[in-house]
Design a binder for this molecule. Structure first.
Ligand code: SF4
Length: 234
């Protein structure tokens, strides 16, 4: 049984892959575990040979002009070995037979972003996977493309902008305006009193609670540098 993207045009092409895969994976010159099954021979071995070509979402991936490059993957694992996220999380965190950077793009495309919407975010976008990939799959670009799909899907489902997206837009406006920034700091100083305990914010309410699940949040300073500067130097 094999995925239908594994078909190559001719025996001669196989020579390239036979060298490319082990050298990219474990830096061996040849892989000692390669088997050739060429059908049945009269009086020797199995009597029948069945080859099942599996689609299982691959045609859908092929229809995605940006994502289809993931089908070029030869499963060498070079992107896994170099990935700082995979190094820390290990394979099980990807909840799929395809772990690491290639899994972060392939699984959401095969299973749908509605079933693996967090995987495109399992990356720092450092680009190391793209650098080492022997077949030059631009994994960071596909990750960003899939993140866009996740966000657009949320908007379509709820009929209004994704709350996180909306919050980022509001923050962008605030950060772009010194006046708005100063006012929001003053407001934050008043609002944070409700959540402060011994100088720290230990629990944020509602959808922000995730931020304080494993760490405290530093409160807004009682006096910012700009306020101090205005007070002492102007
Ligand atoms: S994406 Fe590239 S580096 Fe990663 S397993 Fe596939 S071929 Fe190897």
């Amino acid at each position: 049984m094999m995925g239908l993207e594994k078909i190559i045009p001719a025996w001669q092409d196989f020579e390239v892959f036979l060298q490319l895969l082990p050298r990219s994976s474990t830096a061996e010159r040849m892989n000692p575990y390669t088997s050739f099954w060429t059908g049945v021979s009269e009086g020797d071995g199995p009597k029948e040979f069945h080859l099942v070509l599996l689609d299982n979402g691959r045609t859908k991936v092929l229809a995605d002009t940006m994502g289809r490059q993931a089908l070029n993957c030869i499963r060498c694992s070079a992107c896994l070995n170099i990935c700082p996220v995979y190094e820390r999380t290990g394979g099980h965190a990807y909840n799929s037979v395809y772990p690491g950077p290639i899994g972060a793009i392939l699984t959401p495309m095969l299973a749908g972003v509605e079933n693996a919407g967090s995987l495109p975010y399992a990356s720092s976008l450092c680009g190391a996977c793209y650098d080492v990939c022997p077949v030059k799959i631009n994994i960071p670009d596909v990750l960003v493309h899939l993140r866009g799909k996740v966000v657009r899907r949320k908007q379509d489902r709820w009929g209004w902008p994704d709350p996180e997206n909306l919050a980022m837009k509001i923050l962008a406006r605030i950060f772009a305006s010194p006046k708005l920034f100063a006012r929001s700091q003053k407001l934050g100083r008043i609002g944070q009193k409700l959540a402060m305990n011994k100088g720290f914010i230990e629990h944020l309410p509602g959808p922000l609670a995730g931020w304080t699940m494993t760490r405290d949040v530093y409160p807004v300073a009682q006096q910012t540098f700009r306020e101090w500067w205005e007070k002492t130097r102007s």
